[in-house]
Design a protein around this ligand. Sequence first.
Ligand code: DC
Length: 273
Amino acid sequence: MALGGGAWRCGACHWAGHGILQGVTTDREPANTSTPSAGLVVALDGPGSSGKSTVGAEAARRLGYRFCDTGLLYRAVTWLALERGVAPTDVAGLVPLVAEVRLVADARGRLRHVHAGGRDVTAEVREAGVDRAVSDYARVPELRSALVTRQREIAARGGIIMAGRDIGTVILPAAPVKIYLDASAEERAKRRAVQRKTTDTLEEDQILADLRRRDDIDTTRETAPLRTAPDAVTVRTDGNSFEETVAAVVRTIRDAAGRRAAEAQAAGGCRGR
Ligand code: DC
């Protein structure tokens, strides 16, 4: 599919190429970056298909927090790059694509949709072609630095669960709550196969091989590799139901919020004495 320039207008989002999206809330609006909101900043990291996006979004809903899936930024840039034939080695061609990517909020303020090059590509960025290529793009240091400020601006208001690979280690190292969601490659591949509605064993084997390859690139890249932050709470999800994992994440965040409130109260009490 050919993507047009500024003249092309998307019926769903009113995007006019380089303009501002109307009628939808995106991560590029000042209101999304400046007004402080109640709640902590939560870094939620973990490997591909560990459930960060679905678990994080549901935990955010229960807590009344915002949610941001940063993987969508890397996926959307990758999708655009593949559309336009920009290779991961073409840094000069790659970095400007960042300006064409917008995260879009759902009705609950969760940044779970993505527009790129003027259209909603939320479904496309989850397809196998992007899955296979995204780690090769996400390892490019210049692309990563172009996305750092963007992610920090989104988190600045607080009251957010931000999911990714380097949120607790690089993007928000001072986050008061860090959670590392983990599961074996086999379990994650099974979940991905269910998502894709496939029962073909050859395709399942391919999904597992692709996941292992992505894990390898994500954990060994030079810039911001996937690591558990030393102060992160690890939540292992093998054998867990979705509900159990969401409950563990919500509990971890509530406990941290409770501890902070008690500390603040104690500090206030000491000052008052
Ligand atoms: O979480 P995900 O599978 O949607 O992430 C897609 C890719 O983007 C993955 O290969 C790693 C990369 N990524 C990253 O490097 N840093 C992030 N904060 C989020 C994702």
